[in-house]
Structure formats: C-alpha cells, structure tokens
Ligand binder design. Sequence first.
Ligand SMILES: Cc1ncc(C[n+]2csc(CCOP(=O)(O)OP(=O)(O)O)c2C)c(N)n1
Length: 623
Amino acid sequence: MGKLLDAVDSPQDLKRIPAEELPRLAREIRSLIVDVVSKNGGHLASNLGVVELSIALHCVFDSPRDKIIWDVGHQCYTHKILTGRKACFPGLRQRGGLLGFPDRQESEHDVYNTGHASTALSAALGMAVARDKRGESFRVVAVVGDGSLTGGVAWEALNQIGHLREKIVIVLNYNEMSISPNVGALSKYLTYLVSGQHYLRIKDHAKSFLKSIPAVGWPMIKVGRAVEDTVKKTFFPGLVFEELGIRYIGPVQGHSLPSLIEVFEEARDYDGPVLIHCVTQKGRGYAPAQNNPERFHGAAPFNRATGEPLTNATSPTYSDVFGRTMVELAKSDPRIIAITAAMPEGTGLSPFAREFPDRFYDVGIAEQHAVNFAAGLALSGFKPVVAIYSTFLQRAYDQLYHDVALMDLPVVFALDRAGIVSDDGPTHQGINDLAYLRHMPHLIAMAPKDEQEMRRMLKSALTYGHPASIRFPKGKGVGVPIGGELEDIPPGRSELLKEGKDLLLAIGSMVYPALRAAEKLEKEGIRLAVVNARFVKPLDEEMVLRFAEDGRTIITAEEGVVAGGFGSAVRELLDREKRFGVRFLSIGLPLEIYPLGKAEEIKKLYGLDADGLAAQIRSFFKE
Ligand SMILES: Cc1ncc(C[n+]2csc(CCOP(=O)(O)OP(=O)(O)O)c2C)c(N)n1
C-alpha cells in the first residue's frame, strides 16, 4: 500500500484525504518524525504529542490565510510536514536545512517566529486586532502548552484577550509536562479540570438529549449554548477562562481526530475568544519517548530501535559539574537555595532537587518571577542561585536591574548555554549576556575558562555579598581534572597564562583557543601575552593598563556579541585613560542572524576557533 503522506504537500492535499484515513496519515507522520529526529536530534516528545492536533488544525483552518501561531514552536514538525516541507524534513536542524522552530523566511505558513515560551497569545491578539481594523476576516489560532501557560506574559495576554473579546482560537495543549513534569497551582488546576471529565460527559449528554428531540436535532445544539453555560457554571463555578471572558471547551481527547475536528470547527465559528483544552500525551506512538518524555523532549541522535543515545558523553558537561558543585556547597551552607525556571534537568540541578527538596524551587517557565523570587530570598538572608540559560535570562532583564542589581542583593546567576549553541537556531543563541550584564550596577560578571574554574567561581560568588553571574557554554567541559579545595577568586583578578609583548585578553570559552592561537603566532614572530580575564566586571584594569602603552596592541576575544560586550568594556577603559596610542582589536560576534548548524561550525565561520583567531590577529598585525 502506498503512503498517504506521498500525496500530501499542502493543507489542500490534506483536506482531500477521507476522514477515516487520517489516523493512518498520523502514523506515517510519526514514523517520519521518529526517523529524522533519531538521526538529527530534536524535540521528539512534544512533536509526537501533537500529530493529530496539527492534522486537525490544518483540516479545519485554512492556512496560510488563517494564521496558526505555535508557542515555543518546538512542536511544529507536523505543521512543517503538512505545509510543503516534507521533502526537506530530513534536513531538519542541519546546516542549510529546516529550522526546528517556525520561521517566517521558510514558509508563508509560519506566521510568527518563536523559540522562547509564552509569546503566542499576545502575538495572536495583535494579529486579531489588526485583522479587525483592516476589515479582514481570517482566523487566528494560537497553540500553547500547559508548560508555557505558566509564563506570566501568557496571562498578560489572556487578560487583554478577555477584555477585548477578539475572535481568537486558543488551543491549550495539555500533557502535564513542561520539559519536566509541569509544576505549580495552575498545573494542578488544569489537571483538576481534566481529571473531573464531568463537563465533557455532561455536555455530551446535553447534546444527545437535544438531538433526540424530533424536529430539533443538530441546529438546536448551537442554540444549546445556554444549556452548556449552565452546565459549566454548575459543575465548575469560577471556571477561570470563562470568568476572564474566554469560552472554554474541553477537555478534549487530543489524539481523537473526529473529536478534535468537531471542536475546532465549533471554535472556528465562534464569535469571540475560545480556549480548547486538548489532552495529549508527550511522546505518543514511540514507546521510549512515551515512557521517558523528559529525556526525549530535546533528544540527541538515538538508536531508533532501542531509543538509546548514539554517543555517550565521555567527560561531564558544565551543567553536570555545576549541579554537583551546588550539592557540595549546599551541604555546608544551609542558606543556599537553588532556583530553576522549568529546567531542572537541563541546568544540572536535578541532583540538588533530590538531595535538598526543600531548598529547590522549580518556578515554571517564569524567568522574571524566578529572579524576583530570588531577590526576596536574598533580602531575607538566603543565598539563592538562579540557574537559567543565557538566552532565557533575557526575559528577566528588568528584574536583574530593578530587583537585584539596584538593591545590591547577593543573588548568584548561573547562565548555562552561554555563547553559540548547536542546532536550535537564532532564538537559542546565548550571545547577549556579556552585553546585558555588563552594565548592571554592583553585579560581578564572570566566565570561567574551564569547568574547574567554574567551580571556584561558584564558590567565590557565594561569598561576594553582591549579585554575581557565571556564564558557561553548553555541553562537555574542557576535560580538566575537577575536585580538590576550591580557592576563592577575588573580584576582578585575571590570570596570566603566557608572557608576551602584546596582549590577547580572552574571556570564558575563548581562553583555550586564544592560547592555541598565540602558540601558532609565536612561531611567526607575533609575541602575545595571553590573559584569562575571568571577569567582565569588574575588569582587571591594572593588568590591562600595564599593556596599554603607545604602539602596543591589545586584542580581546569573547564568544558573544561585540556590541556592548567584553571588548567594549576594555575599549571604554582605554578611552577613559586616554590610551589613544594603543592599537585595539575586538574579536567576537557581529550583529547578525547566525546560520543553523553545529556550534563548532558556526564558531569557525566567525573565526572564533584557534585557527580563526590566529587568522584575524595575523591580518590585523599585517595591516
Ligand atoms: C522563556 C523560555 N524559557 C524556557 C524555555 C525552554 N523550554 C522549551 S519548551 C519548554 C517546555 C514547554 O512546555 P509546554 O509548553 O507544555 O510544551 P510541551 O513540550 O509539553 O509540549 C521549555 C521550558 C523556553 N523555550 N522559553
């Protein structure tokens, strides 16, 4: 039997498939997703959970005329496959291939770029308001997960959606999971709505009752909204969404295509905001992912038959070392509290959570709240350590400034995934933190050259009595031995690694490549001192100024945007001290959207590996 999927290259093709064949199409799509993700890595569990939901949306709505916005966007693979990208799907997350998130440049069906959570509802409302102002009539659909609904901005949107009562369809994809099990009172509330199942059953009874009245039948069911309202109010007084002015439909079995199509049609024709509570299962249809949705949330390539990873990490990751060090330090200091915004595994904090359950807080996808919450703890004598990926801490810029830095509160920030990251594309690059942390008053901003130095920095940060941040890259550490007594590093103390005439001042992940580059250049007569800066703030000014003589060269190297970053700090110092005779080169990332690919490839492309550094420095000296 031929594949149904062979004949589907657009939502129009999909609409031609008979309803009874759609489950087979769903199976074929699942198989394609598992196949490609097992080779390329990707967000497996989330995507397997929304296959039927995505098919049903494209059966009922008319994309790209109707706008479908995917919150986070990590669940858009079926959408991509159904909207003309099936043939390119094997190139998912590869250099020159499909992005794993919606991308407006890739297709007219991707109407809004996402990657960070909780943004879809606001964007949907903006589009709906614009539609009405222009007298247009398309539908706007936002698909948001229960995890992403823990983000405050989603509630800011719901607040306004209920107020404006624009025609918007919100599909709540409820699977009880964020990356890890979803947490919090809201999560419990959604579970309560599902576990009751009263409403659905009662609504069905109301429907069959109306249908059974001769000469009334289906048309009456639409009129039966009053009955439905009464039922909802009786059994779920204070149903949150309804109270906010948003019609609630659900819970709906999110893998039943007939049920989904029926409710989506109902929602499509409703004249106002409506939320459909779909119950789905993460990892659906692939046993390893179903049994371990957390591991298969964002999976590295794996053996399709067994689900086992293809490569086993040889040395521990920075996240592992961070997590272990947190446990070690917390044993002797009961004031240490660990906070994550929905990433206990990713940040390496799971061992801490197991060891100190009452000193560990997963606040949900709520980075702003995480920082604010830490400020409250720090004010009261605790030592909160907030572990958030560099890219997601951007969310909490104002909390960093207003709630922590201005009050000089001793909150420690651990910024994982800092610098260029593989495979996820522009929304996940951790390239801005050096720039956005550098101007925080009181904050001490650090970046270690390796995992052992990260341990020392973490211990030191907890003694500074000021806000402090440590940024480190994704993945394996450098492989240096770890352990032993952790000596404190005084704020602003750099480390001279190699003597020389001119200065190559590197920060964090650039230190070892800088050393290798300097060794190469030495043979060509370019004698560079290599200094591990350690601190972006405070800078080791004394050390920089020692090299800041007329005719000498100072070069900075950072894995971050040069605009406002580490190099800028050094340049500002030279300007302030009127060292105008110093030749200065700042190496880092330009303000561009970097291509998809492996971190090593992208770094190479921008000259941030040892060869690239050497080449840039060589040509600077030639000039
Ligand atoms: C602001 C922000 N913080 C953290 C993340 C990392 N993240 C990606 S998906 C995800 C869980 C999303 O859960 P949910 O919306 O329920 O979708 P599911 O994967 O369960 O389908 C998290 C925490 C993110 N993308 N954006």
